[in-house]
Design a binder for this molecule. Structure first.
Ligand code: CP
Length: 356
């Protein structure tokens, strides 16, 4: 299980994922057994974008394993504010830390950083692209509260276009048997085409729906998400989308008794506060499960890890990615990497599709 750079959870096979969840389960039962497991090791949390849960759960995970932490939660307080590139920051911090958790607002930043890190590196969220450790959190939450990761009807509601947690979760749950999805969003905020293709290729059934009230009675898991103001080009577009889907006690009357309500948080107004005390709401427990999942991941990635650079690929295309939120737009030294599918070039950093 020697993953040195975790960009996407699909780098792990299903048995490997189950093994990480099993480690998380054991840690949750007997945390004292692990309190010195990372003694003498240092984690750097480099957060170029605001975070409460991911940053603090990584930090507390490392501290509870007996390790230490360094890093920044505001790049303006680091030499990034003087114009230091991602490449240089990562190379330098690799010399200080045994493992890096990176959050960055640009899509594909984790893949870019992985080329310059000599220590293990974890994608802690790259723009609207992926958030694999949130998915690990979600899987652990589901396996602990629902008892299975298979044969579930999962409703995902809100900003499915920009929601990196949604993309990572669909990609992973597609790999488990018998899951199907109900995508609840406005037409503008439905999942990107490449996610639909992944569901099609996996033979995973999905339906699209514009009404939470209509969908809620059929689902086993409801994954609510925030409309993400920071991903919109302007305030007007955000205003048009916000407040469309709100889960409240009235809608919950139509839901199954065994429904589990997850949310990666932060919440704005998409779940009414009255839902918090419903036994089906597990989104605050989810934050604790995330800490155990990250403890398990850190242990797994540090186990037998060594300082090394992975081979750096050379450009394989002359066409630049056209996604304005791709890391290649600002870090000009990055090799241009894309693969071709039937009709498009697909950027290997952010997975954006553009004309060949
Ligand atoms: N779920 C999540 O990523 O939350 P933060 O942005 O607070 O880390």
């Amino acid at each position: 299980m020697a993953i040195n750079k975790l960009i996407d959870l699909d780098q792990y096979s299903i048995p490997e994922l189950m093994e990480i969840l099993q480690i998380a389960r054991i840690i949750k039962r007997k945390p004292e057994y692990y309190q010195d497991s990372c003694h003498g090791r240092v984690m750097a949390t480099l957060f170029y974008e605001p975070s409460t849960r991911t940053q603090m759960s990584f930090q507390t995970a490392m501290l509870r394993l007996g390790g230490k932490i360094i890093g920044f939660d505001n790049p303006n307080n680091s030499s990034v504010s003087k114009g230091e590139s991602l490449k240089d920051t990562i190379r330098v911090v690799s010399n200080y830390a045994d493992i890096i958790a990176l959050r960055h607002p640009l899509e594909g930043s984790a893949r870019a950083a992985s080329m310059f890190a000599s220590c293990p590196l974890i994608n802690a969220g790259d723009g609207g692209h992926l958030h694999p450790t949130q998915t690990l959190t979600d899987l652990f939450t589901l396996s602990e509260t629902k008892g299975t990761l298979e044969h579930l009807t999962v409703g995902l509601c809100g900003d499915l276009l920009n929601g990196r947690t949604v993309h990572s979760l669909i990609k992973t749950l597609c790999r488990f048997r018998g899951n199907r999805f109900v995508l609840i969003s406005t037409e503008e905020l439905t999942v990107p085409r490449y996610i639909k293709e992944i569901m099609d290729q996996a033979g995973c059934a999905y339906t699209q729906c514009g009404s939470l009230t209509e969908a809620i009675g059929d689902i086993d898991v409801l994954y609510m998400t925030r409309i993400q103001r920071e991903r919109f080009a302007n305030q007007e577009e955000y205003e048009r989308q916000k407040g469309v889907f709100i889960l409240d006690a009235e809608k919950l009357k139509r839901a199954k008794y065994g429904l589990k309500i997850l949310h990666p948080l932060p919440r704005v107004d998409e779940i009414a506060v009255e839902v918090d005390d419903d036994p089906r709401a597990v989104y605050f427990d989810q934050t604790e499960y995330g800490m155990y999942a990250r403890m398990a991941l850190i242990l797994t990635m540090l186990d037998g890890s060594e300082k090394r650079f992975d081979a750096r690929p050379e450009s394989n295309t002359t066409r630049p990615c056209t996604n304005p939120r791709c890391i290649t737009q600002t870090e000009a030294y990055l090799p241009r990497l894309a693969h071709k599918d039937r009709r498009y070039s697909v950027c290997e950093y952010c997975e954006h599709e553009y004309e060949k």
